[in-house]
Write a new protein. Structure first.
Ligand code: BTN
Length: 338
């Protein structure tokens, strides 16, 4: 694993130089060094050097065959900054696509600190330190998945925050279903599962005071075209859109579907609060009525899942009594799940 300072230097080199070469190679066909060099206006040895950087930095496998040239082992559909900027103009969300960043959420918080105005959307092809809930890492290989962070300003106080992560889950579920995954569902608080396997996760990070000035980063990761990961890199059962659908998915389309639904759901949430979406959320909750164990600090709490309340808290029947629980650090597991 590279140290952060080294990653940063290499990323700058990549941002500036490598993208045109990658765009030529993304079709997964063979390209001769001469043709690539001519297209890019550089020498064949410069092409060779750039290929080495692509392999070393992005973990891409490039076949090099004498007489035929260079070919990406797996074709890519890269994020398209221009297309996404155009499609998000009507939402009023400026879009930036980065090639590589530690975490899109972390970068959004840094940009907020530097004075950048909300709302804005940051996407990346790769995260070198993607973060998940409860201090976990989020596996984020190059050009395979969606790494999405939207910064919004909160002016409606707690009402605009209560249940927000569940609202994001509803929008994500709708986008995933729109791509053809009809049997996806939600797991409280905000995982999207298919066949018991996690396909997407949500991490909201707040900056400021909800009673005063406050911003929320809506961070979303979806496993899109990921087929394999290093052994033990992900400890939960997982899947991806391409595994479920049996074909490669254009991440630009997923981003567009998701942003469109997110804005629509956030508008309802802002106007009417989570109560207006409570029943829709419950109808999509895969674990409704199941026995589950809630982990909150050291004390596990076992109960039957009754649903969510009008703030998005989980309702459990514990020893015959209904109780509600909320908080970002809580996690739910089926009781028969070992
Ligand atoms: C989870 O643990 O389920 C939440 C995963 C959230 C991952 C996304 S990827 C984009 C954004 N940037 C991050 O560092 N994390 C979130």
């Amino acid at each position: 694993m590279l140290r952060p300072a080294v990653i940063m230097r290499a990323s700058i080199v990549f941002e500036q130089n490598m993208q045109p070469l990658l765009r030529l190679l993304q079709d997964g066909r063979f390209h001769s060094g001469q043709a690539l060099g001519a297209e890019l206006g550089i020498s064949r040895s410069a092409v060779w050097k750039q290929l080495q950087v692509l392999e070393a930095e992005l973990g891409l496998t490039i076949h090099k065959v004498r007489g035929r040239g260079y070919q990406l082992q797996n074709p890519l559909i890269l994020l398209d900054q221009q297309r996404l900027s155009t499609s998000h103009a009507s939402l009023g969300w400026p879009v930036t696509v980065l090639q590589s960043v530690d975490s899109t959420n972390a970068e959004v918080l840094r940009l907020l600190g530097a004075g950048k105005q909300a709302p804005f959307l940051l996407l990346a092809e790769q995260q070198t330190a993607g973060r998940g809930r409860r201090g976990r890492a989020w596996v984020s290989p190059f050009a395979e998945n969606m790494y999405y962070s939207l910064l919004i300003r909160i002016d409606g106080g707690m009402r605009q925050i209560e249940g927000l992560s569940l609202v994001v889950g509803l929008a994500l579920l709708k986008a995933i279903k729109e791509l053809g995954v009809s049997d996806a569902g939600l797991k409280w608080p905000n995982d999207v599962l298919v066949d018991g396997q996690k396909i997407a996760g949500i991490l909201l990070e707040m900056s400021g005071d909800p009673g005063d000035e406050c911003h929320v980063v809506i961070g979303v990761g979806v496993n899109v075209n990921m087929k394999v990961v290093e052994v033990d890199a992900i400890t939960q059962a997982w899947t991806s859109l391409s595994r479920v659908l049996g074909k490669a998915i254009d991440r630009n389309q997923l981003v567009e579907f998701f942003s469109k639904h997110l804005q629509a759901y956030m508008a309802v949430h802002m106007r009417e609060g989570f109560a207006a979406l409570q029943h829709e959320w419950q109808a999509n909750h895969l674990w409704q009525g199941r026995m589950a164990t809630l982990t909150a600090g050291k004390t596990p709490i076992k109960g039957e899942i009754m649903g969510v309340d009008c703030t998005g808290a989980i309702r459990l029947k514990v020893d015959g009594q209904e109780r509600s629980f909320s908080g970002g650090e809580l996690s739910l597991r089926l009781s028969d799940d070992t």
